[in-house]
Design a protein around this ligand. Sequence first.
Ligand code: NDP
Length: 251
Amino acid sequence: MDFTDKIVLVTGASRGIGRACARLFAEHGARVAVHYHANRTAADETLAALPGSGHRLVRADIANPAEVQAMVNAVTEQMGGLHVLVNNAGIYEKRPFADLSYDDWLAHWHVNIQTNLLGAANAAFCTARHMMQHGGGRIVNVSSRGAFRGEPDSPAYGAAKAGMNAMSQSLAKALAPYNIIVTAVAPGWVETDMAAEHLAQRGDEMRQQSPLGRIAQPEEIARAVLFLASEGTDFLTGAIVDINGASYLRT
Ligand code: NDP
């Protein structure tokens, strides 16, 4: 996998899976736009740890359409192009149904759809407009096992990720004529900040969901993202790749 001369935007690269993606892309020659939202210190650490040169930070609230557009414009104008978008930024909130008021329910759906679905959709739109004029590119969306298995403690999260999967498939068809390859990965639990509280409360149960007896490391997701973003994988367009250690098998 060689990303020399490629410019890659990884959203949510300050931490977790996004940080692992940024690092692996840089190790394979890419110039990386490290996107973050609120955690500048962590984003600086990601940036400082990247091998190579020409990387930069970009900040945006992914739930804000104007900020998403400005983020993509900043990358294309200041870095000189955009070849790969990794739509990774996201949130997970535990919201057990029985505990929710109607207002809580509305807020849960609003923030999940805005952040986990519309944020990625808007980034894909802005990026694809650029790619269409520059010979194509690749978009990899970071979805979730929850889209298939259900998320009883976070129904809007599961729905947003299912929407992301459907969006990936639709865009794979719509953008193929422009040489834009669109794929998704659907991880099970991954050892990041997002999983930390759950691991502390019920780590054994989470590890036992997989016959491998553990949850994934961020680097394992990053490797699949790089593969999907690499040359020679065009016919995977539209694919949603499960990365869940056989914890949830679908046919
Ligand atoms: P982390 O919580 O470790 O990191 C989340 C990242 O998303 C951070 O970089 C954060 O930026 C960014 N982010 C959060 N909200 C916003 C926002 N409103 N605007 C812009 N950026 C935002 O998460 P993970 O690395 O675990 O998750 C990455 C992706 O993988 C998510 O889409 C998640 O749904 C998915 N996933 C994760 C799983 C897991 O078990 N960890 C399992 C399945 C899927 P900042 O640091 O600046 O706040």
